[in-house]
Design a protein around this ligand. Structure first.
Ligand SMILES: Cc1cc2nc3c(=O)[nH]c(=O)nc-3n(C[C@H](O)[C@H](O)[C@H](O)COP(=O)(O)O)c2cc1C
Length: 368
């Protein structure tokens, strides 16, 4: 039986050569938002994997949008040039569509890199904390920065910033942009009733809580070329009493589809209140519901680890595409082994063929 995972996937105007996506992964290794040699080698290796889509990390549309001082940005010419070089290299070594995630961390910005503790940068610290913004003035959790509440003017300014970054991403050569609306960051802060308690036009009902995210999504849509792929990472569940759930994600996905978005990636959690029950495929049911009820190309993600698991999710019709993050850290050649396991031709560049089991007896010893 042929493998669905290795079947091409039409994403709006472009086709990915297979249904494997490398999920965005912050590297916390940029300088002033400019991606560095680390990013070039990291993303290059992921492109060599043959994955159908490789998405570069959450990238701030303004300096304050970054999670940490080490996060990438796309608001100036130097960053655009550095990304353009990386995109060119990724396309030179791999067959996949090259994407970038555009993001704003909101009240979770101005924090330390994970290996420095991952907490809010302390006030007055040499690490230079900055003023954060959010849907309300409520901090992410105890000990976090008190954000400024964004007013209509502030939201409009951010719409312009997302649009400007999208134009830069297009000039840098990216095939795909993914808007980050999950994981407790700014757009999710507006979306969730747990973080958005305001009573004006931008808070209250689901319709009002979606307003700022949809205004930003519309601005981004307007700035991104129609002949390239545009998607959103949404949140399938807050995993908390009184929080948003998969029914809300369906409504949001329908609105995004109506705006002209090509796909959604369904993640979840990461508000302070979220009590995520992590396990194999723990977010797949959210993706399945969104795919079924919103009728938009849907990517599943989260503890999808083995090729068989990925294949079975596609065969069940629960998703159109499978994203992996940590499995790619462990094994940047994951698709090669997945193809072997599923009996599909492995997407191996010719330069690497002499290290494959078909031509190298050592491969059998490695497995022994
Ligand atoms: C090192 C690391 C960095 C991450 N950075 C991002 C990011 O920039 N944007 C995002 O939406 N998710 C990010 N995530 C979450 C992953 O994209 C993914 O959704 C999550 O790890 C679950 O998938 P997995 O079980 O295959 O790792 C990150 C995860 C890891 C491990």
């Amino acid at each position: 039986m042929s493998s669905l995972l290795f079947t091409p996937l039409q994403l709006g105007p472009m086709a990915a050569p297979n249904r494997i996506a490398v999920a965005p992964m912050c590297q916390y290794s940029a300088i002033d938002g400019v991606p560095q040699p680390w990013h070039r080698q990291h993303l290059g290796a992921l492109s060599v994997s043959g994955a159908g889509v490789v998405v570069a990390e959450a990238t701030g549309v303004v300096p304050e949008a970054r999670i940490t001082h080490g996060c990438t940005g796309l608001w100036n010419d130097g960053q655009e040039r550095a990304w353009a070089d990386i995109v060119r290299d990724m396309k030179a070594v791999g067959p996949g569509l090259v994407g970038i995630q555009l993001a704003h961390a909101g009240r979770k910005a101005s924090s330390q890199r994970p290996w420095e503790g991952g907490a809010a940068i302390p006030a007055g610290a040499a690490e230079r904390p900055w003023q954060t913004v959010s849907a309300t003035v409520t901090p992410h959790a105890q000990g976090w920065h008190t954000p400024e509440q964004l007013d209509a003017g502030g939201i409009k300014t951010l719409c312009d910033a997302f649009a400007a970054s999208a134009r830069r991403a297009a000039r840098a050569g990216f095939d795909l942009v993914e808007l980050h609306a999950a994981h407790g960051y700014l757009l999710h802060q507006f979306f969730s009733p747990l973080s958005n308690t305001r009573g004006d036009a931008y808070g209250g009902s689901l319709e009002k809580r979606m307003r700022a995210p949809l205004e930003i999504a519309a601005a981004l849509r307007g700035a991104w070329p129609r002949d390239r792929v545009l998607g959103v990472r949404i949140s399938g569940s807050d995993w908390a009493e009184g929080g948003a759930g998969p029914d809300d994600a369906v409504v949001f996905a329908r609105e995004l589809k109506a705006l002209g978005y090509d796909f959604v990636c369904v993640s979840s959690g990461a508000l302070a209140q979220s009590k995520v029950q992590v396990g194999p495929g723990y977010q797949v049911s959210f993706a399945a519901q969104v795919k079924r009820e919103a009728g938009i190309a849907t990517r599943a993600v989260g503890m999808i680890v083995t090729p068989r698991q990925a294949e079975d999710i596609l065969r069940a019709g629960d998703a159109d595409q499978i994203a992996l993050a940590r499995a790619f850290i462990d094994d940047p050649r994951w698709p090669w082994r997945a193809a072997e396991a599923l009996g599909a031709p492995a997407p191996v560049p010719p330069q690497c063929l002499r290290g494959r089991p078909s031509t190298w007896p050592g491969a059998a010893l490695l497995k022994a």
